[in-house]
Design a protein around this ligand. Structure first.
Ligand SMILES: [Zn+2]
Length: 108
């Protein structure tokens, strides 16, 4: 009966719950690395997303960061899968040596 009169509208409640979660762009930057390492707590993630929603600069910053990350990851991946190239005559020599040694002359 006492608290019945106080009923904040949902929009107001939303604003109020947002306030303690506000971070500035500099803090946001420190979140980004953890964000990509998947090391943000659910609360931090919420703060992160909140800032993203209100700050266009950081949205663009994140997009650029993401693009460079993807690029870096892609080049790292291709470097990993790329095998060192062997000279062809070395391969031929190896194959020759192998087939000479133990395989085909079994029927003698
Ligand atoms: Zn920002």
């Amino acid at each position: 009966m006492i608290t019945k009169g106080i009923n904040f509208p949902p929009a107001m409640k939303r604003v109020m719950s947002k306030l303690p979660l506000m971070i500035d762009c500099q803090e946001f930057e420190t979140f980004i690395i953890a964000y990509f390492d998947d090391e943000l707590t659910p609360r931090q993630r919420l703060i992160f997303n909140m800032h993203l929603r209100v700050c266009r600069e950081c949205r663009e910053y994140l997009r650029a960061y993401q693009a460079s990350m993807t690029l870096a990851r892609a080049s790292a991946a291709s470097a990993e899968t790329e095998l060192p190239e062997l000279p062809e005559d070395l391969i031929v020599a190896v194959v020759d040596a192998l087939s000479d040694g133990d395989g085909p002359d079994r029927d003698s």
